[in-house]
Design a protein around this ligand. Structure first.
Ligand SMILES: [Zn+2]
Length: 86
């Protein structure tokens, strides 16, 4: 098996994607009441996100009926496999 090349984007790049959904659920504690809240990124999409920039992720807390946000950074790497004739 050959080694694969893994390339990482290190600068801030705009993705030009209006609604970016991900099959990921994030959990954070509510800053008001301390209860755990979840943000489902398959529902709460990122709007025109950047790679390596700061995104604001919204969370809704059921326990105290309030919204809060957490910063998140989207990172992308590309794994390049074997070549083939096309
Ligand atoms: Zn709360």
């Amino acid at each position: 098996m050959k080694d694969k090349d893994v390339l990482k984007i290190t600068e801030i790049v705009e993705l030009q994607i209006k609604r970016f959904y991900l099959p990921i659920k994030l959990k954070k504690e509510c800053p008001r009441c301390g209860k755990s809240s979840e943000s489902d990124l398959s529902m709460e999409y990122l709007s025109y996100p950047t790679v390596n920039g700061k995104e604001s992720i919204p969370f809704y807390c059921d326990a105290c009926d309030s919204w809060f946000a957490a910063d998140a950074t989207l990172r992308i790497s590309i794994e390049v496999g074997d070549t083939k004739q096309i």
